[in-house]
Ligand binder design. Sequence first.
Ligand SMILES: [Cu+2]
Length: 127
Amino acid sequence: MRTSLVLPTLAVLATSALLVLVAAACAAPKQAAPTGESSEVRVVAREFSFEPAMIEVQAGRPLTLILENQGAVEHEIEVHGADIHLHAGPGQTVRGTFTIATPGTYEMACEIPGHKEAGMVGELVVR
Ligand SMILES: [Cu+2]
């Protein structure tokens, strides 16, 4: 007669244990962002500007630069002093990941003839 009592008790215990596990999983804090996480910056190019015209990033950290060309002609981003160059045809979006080790203020410009002079310049600030 004892088994008829023991079995339901075990079933209840097992269910409770499962509920505790599920609750613990739900309450677990969100995973912290790993160090060295890349940052993503989107720059919109059109005739004849960059938006934003100033980008701020952290030295030694991967930067994914997205160039979205909303203009009617091709545009590019070249960062002088850093090995960054992206080129996008009209309506195109291109991306590249770069890491700049040295803090400083770098000039970025569209090097399509005449575009820089027309206002396609900006600054990349590395801190
Ligand atoms: Cu341009």
